[in-house]
Design a protein around this ligand. Structure first.
Ligand SMILES: *Cc1c(COP(=O)(O)O)cnc(C)c1O
Length: 609
């Protein structure tokens, strides 16, 4: 895994050059350079970088693949897409999505009242809004208000109760009625970790009996002409395309049947989200078995096939892909604060003019180790180590010789592990778990990678520099929360190797990639660590600009946000301090100033990194 699986997960967005990770776009800045520039302004702790060009790339990819598939299949409907706000509602993510999507008429999807208000205020005029999720009368009325305000809005009903409320609102107020969609409850389920949205026992959607009843209710209320959309969503991060094809056949046939039953305004099928992102860094563990090309052509082909067979005009196709659009746009950068077991560093070796023969042999083994001989040499080294320890106990060699031998043997083990990393023996796997290095990162996994904590979701991780040298340390990552779950353990099946670094002399930064979907709002303030400082980076031909800085909340503000009175807290701290006696007035002023300064910084660690 020399390139940390970049060829698997990075979609050509990043490349390694001059030992650093660089953006593979225009002026190609390195992530390290950007992070260092931000840190020059005394920013500490983890940072999130947003790259709007990567959002545009994904939007363009989605639209162009569907457009091409439609052209190839002589499909007569159009393609539309909306961004589901639940995937990332942060202001500068949404700003990037709406501005990059404007030329495509890219819209927004809302699943709650707050998201609907956001969609109503941020959707570019003419673009679509779709509304899913459970709704009360207020939320449905908001949908009417959106339609009245000129939005192109479709409210998808999740059950008959919601339809009854729509009919009620329509009869009570004389404003514009929004388009209506029905979410169908499929008998086919989804695939992947999140596949709970499809299938007979799904949380959402109408059964076939309920759909027939819905048509009758709409007809009776004179609202059948507002029924425009059939919707389904089979769950996020579909690993396999087969369940989608089944769902398409089922939903496509429902659509055609409804048209035949007189629902003549029906003109769209909304296939929800679920288009997967490749998160894995190891080829044997890839996250999905299809590409966006296959996805789009399967959708277009299936729908055309069904409609042609039933002589129904081709519907417009809507997607609500969220993860696919935004996952790649955000990179989390965390400094490493400490390595916990650095006692076996090569530079601590202190050879003598004349070393004991066994140590000389270890030096020789270390020098000549290669892929072919490494298992044999490893066994020799372990055997020599045994003998050296016995000689030490008997007083034949001294502490320096023993220390030198231990460092050499550790080095031989580490290198053997690395040389055999693609095909490790069971013995090596056991050794590697024992010898792993623990890297302490200045971040909270609960805040920044909640799906790792909650679902075991892997995110690509790699150092931003030192990439000219081979990483040899089997690594586990510890965060700075006081929670033993705040750890990404070393997994022999998907090993992560990092560099031996001396943090007194150099910085060491890790990047976590594909963190732009779901992680930010799912992130929690465990231990009161807050959303990292974030920056939007626009890359140009000549360089790049850093804008939209939002610094991580300071300590008083985070306390305030959970209901404490920050003024009261600060006053209490100050008055306690001022009651004490100081040796000089200067000492008092300095201490007070420190207190003031520290509470107005964010809670991540500062002095070290
Ligand atoms: C969550 C959700 C989406 C987005 O799914 P992704 O897997 O992120 O593409 C789309 N539509 C609905 C109805 C959803 O609930």
């Amino acid at each position: 895994m020399k390139n940390f699986g970049l060829d698997i997960w990075a979609n050509n967005n990043f490349i390694i050059e001059d030992g650093q990770v660089k953006l593979n776009y225009k002026s190609m800045p390195s992530l390290l350079q950007i992070a260092e520039e931000i840190r020059e302004n005394d920013v500490r702790g983890p940072i999130i970088l947003r790259f709007p060009h990567l959002i545009k790339k994904q939007i363009r990819s989605l639209y162009s693949h569907f457009d091409r598939a439609m052209e190839e299949n002589s499909y007569e409907g159009r393609f539309n897409a909306v961004f589901p706000l639940k995937v990332n509602q942060f202001p500068y993510a949404v700003e990037a999505i709406t501005s990059q999507g404007a030329q495509f008429n890219y819209g927004l999807e809302a699943g709650s009242k707050a998201e609907l208000i956001l969609a109503m205020s941020k959707t570019p005029s003419g673009a679509n809004i779709t509304v899913n999720g459970f709704k009360d009368k207020e939320m449905i009325t908001l949908g009417f208000i959106a339609a009245q305000s000129g939005h192109n809005i479709t409210i998808t009903i999740e059950g008959l109760g919601e339809l009854e409320t729509i009919i009620e609102v329509a009869s009570e107020c004389n404003i514009k009625v929004p388009n209506i969609g029905v979410r169908v409850r499929l008998h086919s389920g989804g695939s992947g970790t999140w596949a709970k949205s499809g299938g007979m026992d799904a949380k959402f959607g109408l059964t076939s009996t309920e759909i027939i009843e819905a048509i009758a209710l709409l007809r009776e209320a004179n609202l059948l002409e507002n029924l425009t959309m059939v919707h389904f969503h089979i769950g996020s991060q579909m690993s396999d395309i087969a369940p989608l094809k089944k769902a398409l056949r089922e939903a496509g046939n429902i659509y055609a049947e409804l048209r035949k039953m007189g629902a003549e305004s029906l003109n769209s099928i909304n296939i929800g989200g679920g288009l997967a992102v490749e998160y894995d860094q190891h080829r044997h563990a890839k996250s999905r078995n299809y590409s966006v090309e296959e996805f789009s052509s399967s959708v277009v082909f299936s729908l055309k096939d069904i409609m042609d067979a039933k002589s129904v005009p081709h519907p417009d196709i809507f997607t609500e892909s969220g993860r696919f659009i935004v996952a790649s746009h955000a990179v989390l950068i965390t400094p490493v604060l400490e390595l916990f077991t650095q006692d076996y560093q090569e530079k601590l070796i202190n050879f003598k003019e004349e070393n004991p023969p066994l140590v000389e042999e270890l030096i020789e083994l270390d020098k000549l180790l290669n892929t072919k001989n490494c298992i044999e040499y490893l066994h020799d080294a372990l055997d020599h180590m045994e003998s050296i320890l016995t000689l030490f106990d008997l007083g034949y060699i001294d502490l320096q010789d023993r220390s030198n031998a231990e460092i050499l043997v550790h080095n031989i083990i580490k290198r053997a592990l690395y040389l055999k990393s693609s095909d490790p023996t069971i013995e090596l796997e056991l050794l590697q778990v024992k010898l792993q290095e623990r890297y302490l990162i200045n971040a909270s996994i609960f805040q920044s990678l909640p799906d790792y904590w909650g679902l075991g979701q892997h995110f690509p991780v790699m150092p931003l520099h030192n990439l000219n040298s081979t990483p040899l340390r089997a690594a586990s990552l510890w965060d700075i929360t006081c929670d033993s779950d705040g750890e990404i353990g070393f997994d022999p099946d998907k090993p992560l190797y990092l560099h031996d670094v001396n943090l007194d002399e150099e910085d060491y930064f890790l990047g976590f990639f594909n963190v732009g979907a779901y992680q930010e709002t799912l992130g929690m303030n465990h231990n009161l660590f807050t959303h990292p400082s974030e920056y939007t980076v626009n890359i140009t031909d000549a360089g790049y600009t850093i804008t939209n800085e939002v610094e991580s909340k300071n300590i008083l503000d985070i306390l305030d946000s959970i209901g404490y009175d920050k003024k009261e807290i600060l006053e209490k701290l100050k008055s306690d301090l001022l009651k004490s006696s100081f040796s000089t007035e200067q000492e008092k002023d300095d201490t007070l100033a420190k207190l003031q300064e520290f509470v107005s910084q964010n809670g991540y660690l500062r002095t070290t990194n």
